[in-house]
Unconditional design. Structure first.
Length: 144
């Protein structure tokens, strides 16, 4: 990401232990999508509540993605691997339980739109598509 904000976020992530550039880039893209959805959700949420519900789903996805990317890049980067699989499973299921509890509260008690929340959670897929397209475009430029 070549913007000043993107570099600032990448620097922040590097200081937090994200040593793999690809992992930082993925989290930056996801954070940008979440920020845009939050801005739209706050701007439109009063008139059209599903916009706010989408933003909340996007934030949930971003928090989960951040922790998963951090642990995965640390594991693949050759960090402490003793007991890594049980820790990864414990963290994964812990996040899954917390996310399920949050979704339950949002849907059942707060009356959030299921479709809007799921669409917000799907922003991770958009992040992967953008990152993949950038990788392909970068390889095509280098070959030319």
């Amino acid at each position: 990401m070549s913007t000043g904000m993107g570099r600032a976020i990448e620097g922040f992530l590097y200081r937090r232990g994200f040593r793999v550039a690809g992992a930082r880039r993925l989290v930056v893209i996801q954070a940008a999508i979440a920020a845009c959805s939050c801005a739209a959700g706050l701007g439109l949420g009063w008139a059209w509540p599903p916009a706010l519900h989408f933003a909340v789903g996007s934030l949930l996805a971003t928090v989960n993605f951040y922790f998963l990317a951090k642990f995965t890049q640390r594991l693949l980067g050759g960090g402490d691997t003793f007991g890594a699989v049980p820790r990864q499973l414990l963290r994964f299921y812990g996040r899954l339980a917390l996310t399920a509890a949050a979704l339950y509260v949002l849907i059942v008690h707060a009356g959030f739109s299921v479709a809007a929340l799921l669409a917000g959670l799907s922003t991770v897929v958009v992040t992967m598509l953008i990152w993949g397209a950038a990788q392909v475009a970068g390889k095509n430029v280098k070959e030319a």
